[in-house]
Ligand binder design. Sequence first.
Ligand code: ASP
Ligand code: MG
Length: 419
Amino acid sequence: MIIYKFGGVSVKDAAAIQNICQIIAKVKRPLTVVISAIGSTTNLLEELIDAYFSGSDEAWKHFDILKKNHISVLNDLFEEVPEHIASELNALFVELETKISKPSSDQFNFEYDQMIGFGELLSTTIISAYLNETGQKNQWVDIRTCLDSDDNYVDANINRESSKEKANAKFVNNEEALYITQGFIASDDKGYTTSLGREGSDYTAAILAHLLGADKMIIWKDVLGILNADPDYFDTTTKLDLIPYHEAIELSYYGARVIHPKTIKPLQAKQIPLWVKSFIDPSQKGTLITKGEQPQPMLPNYIVKKKQVMVNLKPLNFSFIGEKDLVFIFSLVTKFRIKLNFTQNTAVSFAFCANSSARNIKELIDELSKKYEVDLSDDLELITVRHYTPATIEEIQNKHHVLVEQKNTNTAIYLTVAN
Ligand code: ASP
Ligand code: MG
């Protein structure tokens, strides 16, 4: 079995969908294709859910846009949309409409997960139908019937034991098999939909690869592979040909945007090779993530995280920051589900960085200010360099206003003021 994963950009409109269908046509079966929501549908759904949860009628405005977008993709794909396809899609719209019509509970994360997966349900329904109509017979699989998770809504954890049998019963390894399924969602033991965290489709594909003992997995992107720096921020970048699993884990931990942090471990556990390739130019080789010692070529790797806020805490009673403070601070951070991108402590203070836009960040800060003097610095950037050299360090120090530097043998992190 081979596992492909296509993200939102690769299916952003009818032309993009036709392109990925050509890629799918060229590969030997059995093949399982994991697909994200079309374009930025998940962002739109988040707006819809926020409005719904706060009881605002705006939810319907977002619903109409969502519906219009998908119908327009469908109309662009088919000269005449077959009846059964239109009605399948309509059934999904009605299901979402019914949810929006009912009043919300006070459990945001639960409500979020009951709606957020519609992007993936819609995209896979459209693409599976299009493949079937154009001669690539396939089976649409509702991933929620195979992937079991706990009920940690918004960031659910897959239960590998119970999912293994179900997944192997659905995704059968026969020579003609082509399966189309959703990334990002699963279901809990009560049958409610759960989601795996934003950008979680890579993780779905990796879990499936693991459970099915796949031969390889390919993530299709709009870049040639994994680059040593983000081309949005750096003029010259080099594609990496090979990245060892352990190195890929480090890169995603520090925030490299190409792969979801949870993706690598399930693959590493079964030594399944992961390719990152371009859907724009599939003939290019891409990047291979596999076992090995060192990345090839060995270069400094830059990871930039923009729009960071630094929160600096000092006890109000002028005392030191002790273990009890750290336990208290981290328990609040966990409660509000804030991901810390950087931490630093001294005798009298503790500082951390998080994305300025993180949900609940304000609530966390309010809670912390009851016990600590809080100092905020906004509009910062975190620059991480794996395999730094004296030259790379000098360059960063010359080009940026560095507030804090943290260095170990392989990695240097700079907290800087945005230029
Ligand atoms: N559609 C989801 C998101 O945008 C999952 C994914 O794309 O991986 O976060
Ligand atoms: Mg996406």
